[in-house]
Design a binder for this molecule. Structure first.
Ligand code: PLP
Length: 388
């Protein structure tokens, strides 16, 4: 983890209103932002973030959050959008045109693939899936039509950690823009821009919020011209976020590194314990040797998100696996992750990773902020009841 990540988030510059020396950021809410006179209104450039034009284009609260997310990611410019999926959509719509192709990893966040399949296809943009572990095969897929390649490290269900340096080098070599979905890394586990990635997206819904109560996404860039394209599309699409939601994320940011570490520690303890259970054929956690891409993770990271999957042996029925998940008392059943509450979800392996070599029944665990011992006891009683 970046050694000063917490200090940087807590001490990020913020100017409080005159005479009010509190470090917490104010919540500003507006649709209308008024101008002193017509000349001031005409002089205002809606593309510039040096001032305010209209609530949808930003407030002091959203601009502060943008600056903090940009700093967290190691970028310069950031646009906020109402969800992580909207961040992916914004990048796609800003950078792709009819006739273009976008490449997605085979283990991509599912809704991103559906977006390409159903919406981008209608606008004449095609997509293909690549094996995130095979940079050479990825390089061989790049054509003149390839304009954008999405990267995800690690995959959020099957957990493969890709060969990021190899994939980015191939994309650069062919002049293809590389966009990273950095929700797993949260801007902490590794530095995407240092690897040469052009655009870094995050579902702020996950770690930066941490509360399980906000939906938001971010698109961060370093390059001025790229930011300009994304910013214009952002405005044309009418995307914006609410002041109260931005405040909730701002409030959670200082504890982000602590939460990330705590969830990582608990997740590894539980994954190691599950690895020793006879029902579990394989643990899929990037820090474990049993996980495809583990060597890529080790080359780049020491930290990991509190997220992992296990494969139950094929000799069990799906009904037994479902009974195990139903039998969990502390773990909730539900989507999303990085909130205070631990969650478990069975996924259809073939749908999540088409063409993959993994076998068995997959259950994905998102570890919350509970202690390891009660979570382990819960896993144990549910395993014994369902498989015993
Ligand atoms: C959750 C998630 C998203 C989408 O975020 P939402 O805010 O739920 O739309 C995108 N990518 C990854 C990897 C995610 O886990």
């Amino acid at each position: 983890m970046k050694p000063d990540a917490a200090s940087a988030l807590i001490h990020h510059p913020y100017e409080a209103p005159a005479g009010f020396m509190a470090p917490q950021v104010g919540v500003y809410k507006a649709s209308t932002v008024m101008f002193r006179n017509v000349a001031a209104m005409r002089a205002r450039d809606w593309r510039s973030k040096a001032g305010y034009t209209y609530g949808l284009h930003g407030t002091p609260t959203t601009f502060t959050l943008e600056a903090r997310i940009a700093a967290l990611e190691g970028g310069r410019h950031c646009q906020l959008v109402p969800s992580g999926l909207a961040a992916i959509m914004l990048v796609d719509l800003a950078l792709l045109a009819p006739g273009d192709e976008v490449l997605l990893p085979a283990n991509v966040y599912g809704p991103s693939r559906e977006l390409a399949r159903h919406e981008l296809a209608r606008f004449g943009v095609t997509h293909r899936l690549y094996d995130p572990l095979d940079a050479a095969a990825f390089a061989a897929m790049l054509t003149e039509r390839t304009k954008l390649a999405w990267l995800e490290a690690a995959g959020s269900v099957t957990m493969e950690f890709p060969d990021l340096p190899g994939l980015v080098a191939a994309a650069k070599h062919h002049g293809v823009l590389a966009a990273l979905d950095n929700t797993w890394g949260a801007g902490l586990a590794f530095d995407g821009f240092a690897l040469g990635i052009d655009i870094v997206v995050q579902a702020l819904t996950k770690f930066p919020s941490g509360g399980g109560d906000v939906l938001m996404g971010s698109v961060t860039t370093r390059d001025e011209a790229l930011d300009e394209r994304i910013k214009l599309t952002h405005m044309h699409l009418g995307l914006g976020v609410a002041g109260n939601d931005a405040e909730a994320v701002l409030r959670s940011l200082p504890s982000l590194p602590l939460r990330y570490r705590a969830q990582d520690r608990t997740a590894r303890e539980l994954a190691a314990w599950l690895q020793g259970r006879p029902e579990v054929a394989r643990v899929l956690h990037p820090a474990f040797e049993s996980c495809p891409g583990h060597a890529h993770w080790r080359a780049l990271c020491t930290d990991a998100a509190g997220l992992f999957s296990v494969l139950f042996d094929e000799r069990y029925t799906q009904a037994q696996v479902d009974a195990f998940v139903d039998g969990l008392k502390l773990f909730g059943i539900g989507y999303s992750w990085a909130g205070p509450r631990s969650l478990a979800v069975p996924y259809d392996l073939k749908a999540m990773r088409p063409g993959g070599a993994l076998r068995g029944h997959l259950v994905r665990f998102s570890i919350g902020l509970e202690e390891a011992a009660p979570l382990r006891a819960d896993l144990e009683q549910a395993l014994n009841a369902a498989f015993g």
